[in-house]
Write a new protein. Structure first.
Length: 155
């Protein structure tokens, strides 16, 4: 199986700078054999945030791209704050939050932007975990915020 770091290079993915905590929390936390990642937003390569509310000023496709950008942000956070992305064995749990209007009903399709990229990087067996996708208002009008839990390879 190809290593996640090699797959990122193979796909030509550009990771944005890892965001600094915007409050009192840890960006990553290791407990036993699990890596927990705090909620991440869609940071662009220049360090700015994507913005928009699905069903209002952006559509499903742009929301999907926002969730995919969150995946890149999360990978950057793992590399920056944890150090070795190749120690990640699999995605365990994902909570995807979509900034959307009350009448928008396709939250899972937005969060697929995150999940599909994780499946590309870690493979379908290890890149797809359990997941929730919900709609709400998000800080800075970002289209998506995602937190996740990963299992680590034993050292």
């Amino acid at each position: 199986m190809i290593k996640p770091s090699e797959k990122i290079k193979e796909l030509g993915l550009i990771l944005p700078p890892a965001p600094k905590p915007a409050g009192v929390y840890r960006p990553v936390l290791v407990v036993d054999n699990f890596l927990y990642i705090s909620g991440q937003g869609p940071v662009l390569p220049d360090g700015s945030l994507m913005s928009g509310r699905v069903g209002d000023d952006i559509d499903l496709e742009v929301g999907y791209k926002g969730a995919r950008q969150v995946a890149l942000t999360m990978l950057s956070t793992i590399q920056t704050h944890f150090g070795d992305i190749d120690r990640v064995k699999r995605v365990v749990k994902v909570l995807g939050m979509v900034n959307c209007t009350p009448d928008f009903k396709k939250h899972p399709l937005v969060i697929n932007g995150f999940s599909e990229l994780m499946a590309e990087i870690f493979g379908e067996t290890h890149g797809i975990g359990v997941r929730s996708a919900v709609g709400m208002m998000l800080p800075d009008n970002i289209p998506a915020e995602i937190e996740a839990m990963f299992e680590l390879h034993k050292e």
